[in-house]
Design a protein around this ligand. Structure first.
Ligand code: SIN
Length: 307
């Protein structure tokens, strides 16, 4: 099969291929780095950071579901300073792009983190306004256009030359309202979707399976929701999109790209198979070659109307 150019651009950041690993599913790469060269990935989105270290929510905070999983981790992380001092130097050894994911309790906290991460030299900052598992910040910012705009504007003001990508929640009536607000406030890219709020109950104990009662659903079950939302957002704004939600095969990533994503992230699939991102990359290359494309980027937004 002919060689396909696998490189893409996300908010001006060149990726060697469109496959990124999703925040919260890859830690800071140390464990996965034992399986393969992390430089094979298009980009690494590191575990979500907060201004100060967090223990996260009490266990149980992970539960399997049909075709997916629920998590209520609650942003456990060592804090932005520890990331910069201890994890970023490790990640920097690999020939890939590093995306820092941040969550704040206030817009000011987002600003402080952007300043630190920009000075530290990350390639992109993913502004998480969509974590469903924390009381302050998180989803509160991602469900109200005016707050989404405020956080985006503060992040942009403090991020210097590092592009800002806003991570959107599917837990809204109309995701395009939030996408437009982020675009209007200067976002350079959007990522979607974060997890969908869900719940599981143990019928014998009659208690929720997760200590926090609810959590975020991810995995193959959410792929059609992600494809639909990427398609809607693509038609509403001009920003590049990192699509995610249930990607485990090249065909899944291709669907997100056809719907409008410039790149696709693999997340939950890696818990079952650490090599999933490489399989997705190779699957995408095969699809592009089979369709006679010279560049995988030709898939972006190329979905055809039904009739
Ligand atoms: C978590 O740590 O609770 C998940 C983060 C997220 O969904 O944004």
């Amino acid at each position: 099969m002919p060689e396909v150019n696998m490189s893409v651009s996300l908010a001006g950041v060149p990726l060697k291929n469109p496959v990124v690993v999703a925040s919260g599913t890859f830690g800071f790469g140390r464990e996965y780095g034992k399986f393969y060269d992390l430089g094979e990935l298009g980009g690494i989105c590191a575990k979500g950071l907060t201004l100060r270290p967090r223990m996260g929510n009490p266990a149980p905070r992970i539960a399997e579901t049909p075709m997916g999983m629920l998590n209520s981790v609650g942003l456990e992380n060592p804090g932005v300073d520890a990331f910069i001092a201890e994890e970023l130097p490790f990640l920097r050894q690999f020939d890939t792009k590093i995306i820092a994911n941040i969550s704040g309790n206030t817009p000011e906290e987002y600003g402080i983190m952007c300043e630190k991460l920009s000075a530290a030299g990350v390639d992109l900052i993913e502004v998480n306004i969509s974590c469903p598992n924390v009381k302050a910040g998180g989803l509160a910012y991602g469900t109200r256009p005016e707050l989404a705009a405020e956080v985006t504007e503060v992040a942009k003001r403090h991020a210097g030359r590092v592009p800002v990508m806003v991570k959107l929640s599917p837990n809204v009536t109309d995701i395009t309202e939030i996408a437009r607000a982020a675009e209007g406030a200067g976002a350079d890219a959007l990522s979607l979707i974060n997890t969908i709020r869900g719940m599981r109950i143990d019928v014998d104990t009659r208690r929720p399976v997760l200590k926090m009662n609810t959590g975020g659903l991810s995995g193959p079950a959410v792929l059609p929701v992600a494809v639909r939302m990427v398609w809607e957002v693509r038609r509403a704004v001009r920003l590049p999109i990192l699509g995610m939600g249930g990607v485990s095969r090249g065909e899944d990533a291709a669907q997100l790209m056809l719907a409008g994503a410039s790149a696709a992230a693999v997340g939950t699939a890696m818990f079952a198979d650490p090599f999933a991102p490489l399989r997705v990359r190779d699957g995408l290359a095969e699809i592009a070659a089979r369709q006679g494309l010279s560049a995988v980027s030709e898939l972006t937004g190329a979905v055809l109307p039904f009739s």
